[in-house]
Design a protein around this ligand. Structure first.
Ligand code: OFO
Length: 172
């Protein structure tokens, strides 16, 4: 496997692992603050990010490279409020999208069209994740500081049909 591509893929493994831990921290914070819907959403999201990481680990190893299982910095324990959580989520996803775009660029420079094809799944995934985070933030902006609105928002997230990662990604 091309060295530059392998390095970029390992860098992405670390980013997906960090995403999983970050959303796990958000889930735990939400659970401790009575926001059960948000907690459920974030636990599921954390699982999805772990799936994204595993998919990369397997790809690197199957293509003759060496996947490196990274150490991860501790994510925050506290968040200001619910809006702050989703603002941080969007900010984080924008960073991950930039990293995926960089990966695509390296694949093209190195003429690694197989990896380029594999990475397209992540390109679509980032589009969806950013759109979802923006929709949720728009709703939170409408709610403002209205407590009953916040309660309903959280309840809606709890009742939302969120597919576990292994089902949502079946076949990928
Ligand atoms: Fe892996 O999609 Fe978010 O970070």
């Amino acid at each position: 496997m091309n060295n530059r591509v392998e390095e970029a893929l390992n860098d992405q493994i670390k980013k997906e692992a960090s995403s999983s831990q970050y959303y796990l921290a958000m889930a735990s914070w939400a659970e401790n603050n009575g926001l059960n819907g948000t907690a459920k959403f974030m636990y599921t999201h954390s699982d999805e990010e772990r799936f994204h990481m595993l998919k990369l680990v397997k790809f690197v190893n199957e293509r003759g490279g060496t996947a490196i299982i990274p150490s991860i910095d501790q994510p925050p324990v506290k968040f200001k409020d619910l809006k702050n959580v989703f603002e941080k989520l969007l900010e984080h996803e924008i960073g991950v999208t930039a990293s995926i775009n960089n990966l695509v660029d390296i694949c093209l420079q190195e003429k690694d069209y197989t990896t380029h094809n594999f990475v397209q799944w992540y390109v679509s995934e980032q589009l969806e994740e950013e759109a979802l985070a923006r929709t949720i933030l728009d709703k939170l902006k409408l709610i403002g500081s209205d407590n009953s609105g916040m309660y309903m928002f959280d309840r809606d997230l709890e009742n939302a049909v969120i597919q576990p990662a292994n089902q949502a990604q079946a076949g990928n």
